[in-house]
Design a protein. Sequence first.
Length: 117
Amino acid sequence: QVQLAESGGGLAQSGGSLRLSCQASGQISAIYSWGYWRQAAGKHRELVASFTTAGPIYYRDSVRGRFIITEDRAKGTIDLRMNSLKPEDTAVYYCWASIHTDWSEYWGQGTQVSVSS
């Protein structure tokens, strides 16, 4: 199993920056993919950015060039630096991980990001 604890987020003005951090514990070495999803009010959850073992970094089109995801497997941390924020980035952001042993998925508690225009 993997436990994920998020921190960061909050309120920013349009054009501003925020940072999300996620600390993993448990079977960190078994993580195959991990990253951040978000869910805006009344919308489906969507993948924002992620790492996959031996694969390319994924960014959804709407955040590419503005958001930067970084990982430190040794420390079990994954961060999302969000720059040039837009009101449409407002959502609850979730840290997520999938492990290769049984393909179980794990989620952080979620953190609110609100961007005012």
